[in-house]
Design a protein around this ligand. Structure first.
Ligand SMILES: [Zn+2]
Length: 55
């Protein structure tokens, strides 16, 4: 059942994203945003701090 497997993978990715809560942002041309067109690489933009009070 490929569709079930895909759903499970998506659920796992969503959970991981919710858990991570990154405090560092990346510019749109950073390597970490290369997916899905290319494999995501290590940060090459230096990043910038995200304030917790922005939301
Ligand atoms: Zn970056």
């Amino acid at each position: 059942m490929p569709r079930l497997a895909a759903a499970l993978i998506l659920a796992g990715v969503a959970l991981a994203a919710l858990r991570r809560r990154p405090l560092v942002g990346h510019w749109s041309d950073c390597a970490v945003h290369s997916e899905p067109a290319f494999p995501a690489g290590p940060c090459d933009c230096g990043g910038f701090p995200i304030s917790r009070t922005v939301h």
